[in-house]
Design a protein around this ligand. Structure first.
Ligand SMILES: NC(=O)C1=CN([C@@H]2O[C@H](COP(=O)(O)OP(=O)(O)OC[C@H]3O[C@@H](n4cnc5c(N)ncnc54)[C@H](OP(=O)(O)O)[C@@H]3O)[C@@H](O)[C@H]2O)C=CC1
Ligand SMILES: O=CCCC(=O)O
Length: 284
């Protein structure tokens, strides 16, 4: 079955290669078209525009940086809407519910099917097909897309109406961003107060707050090394969108608000393209 894929950044590249490896025919598009070359080496075809990809595929997946990119690819000239009639569109980007609902309504008005399906998990889980998929929208289309989700992820959740996937993803990343700041403060405090931060990693790993993120990021943070798996600029976008969701629902989130300030500071220091663990540098 032919699947379209729009957006070949860190995640989109890994996800589309994974689909190809599992026998799907994939047609790709990326704003910077030269990034499609590597996918062609893996067997992909290339579409010149989002509309051209959508036209030849039963359904098309998007993995784009933020709400403005997600909207642009759908609504602009040569965008998804122009060819969506009778086809499906799955937006896996992390965006807010409002953006997702706007896209969903436009796709449906043109006779297409829509799912939002943001993911938990980063570059390595994307390469290994171990993402957690947070889908919402048309249930029949979800069932149709399950073979692709089964390749991309280790578990898919169907969360009901469009907006619920986006909200779940933002809540998860709000918790993650807050934890990353507490972790950075802990590593820094350990070092400055005369402890060995490596020993702190061992102690944390044996206790109740042991987790994959501390285990994965701790050793590189201690070397002040932040190769981008999840770019810091995207984590800050997610904190901003989660705080807006908190505003809408009158939920006080002082911890998340402080974490957002730290990510903003890191961006102002030019660290936005590094991994989100580079927020550690704001304390150095
Ligand atoms: N990295 C991670 O660990 C995870 C990321 N996410 C989410 O997935 C999405 C993608 O993340 P990631 O792959 O890391 O990001 P990258 O920054 O690596 O890639 C972003 C992609 O969006 C494209 N893009 C940006 N602006 C536009 C635009 N105006 N029009 C068209 N295309 C555009 C880029 O194209 P170009 O190449 O031309 O710049 C690129 O393909 C984000 O929403 C992120 O929050 C979710 C889970 C994990
Ligand atoms: O949105 C990015 C999530 C990164 C992760 O789950 O490790």
């Amino acid at each position: 079955m032919e699947i379209g894929f729009l957006g070949l950044g860190i995640m989109g590249k890994a996800m589309s290669i994974n689909l190809l490896r599992h026998g799907f025919k994939v047609t790709v598009w990326n704003r910077t078209l030269s990034k499609c070359d590597e996918l062609v080496e893996h067997g992909a075809s290339v579409g010149e525009t989002p509309a051209a990809v959508v036209k030849k595929c039963k359904y098309t997946i998007a993995m784009l940086s933020d709400p403005s990119a997600a909207l642009s690819v759908v609504f602009d000239k040569d965008g998804v809407l122009e060819q969506i009639n009778g086809r499906g569109y799955i937006d896996m980007s992390t965006v807010d519910a409002e953006t997702s609902i706007k896209i969903s309504e436009a796709i449906k008005a043109k006779g297409g099917d829509f799912l939002e399906a943001p993911v938990s998990g980063s570059k390595k889980p994307a390469e290994d097909g171990q993402l957690v998929i947070l889908a919402a929208g048309d249930k029949a289309f979800y069932d149709e897309a399950l073979p692709a989700f089964d390749v991309l992820g280790k578990k898919s959740f169907f969360l009901g109406e469009v907006g619920n996937g986006a909200k779940m993803k933002l809540v998860v990343n709000m918790v993650m961003g807050s934890m990353m700041n507490a972790f950075s403060e802990g590593l820094t405090l350990a070092g400055r107060s005369g402890l060995n931060p490596s020993t702190l990693l061992d102690v944390l790993d044996l206790g109740a707050i042991s987790n994959g993120m501390f285990k994965l990021k701790g050793p590189t943070m201690l070397k002040n090394s932040y190769p981008p798996a999840f770019p810091l600029k995207h984590q800050q976008k997610d904190m901003r969108l989660a705080l807006a969701l908190g505003d809408e629902n009158a939920v006080p989130m002082p911890v998340a608000a402080a974490a957002n300030e730290a990510f903003k500071k890191a961006r102002s220091m030019g660290l936005g393209d590094l991994d989100f663990s580079a927020v550690h540098e704001t304390l150095q």
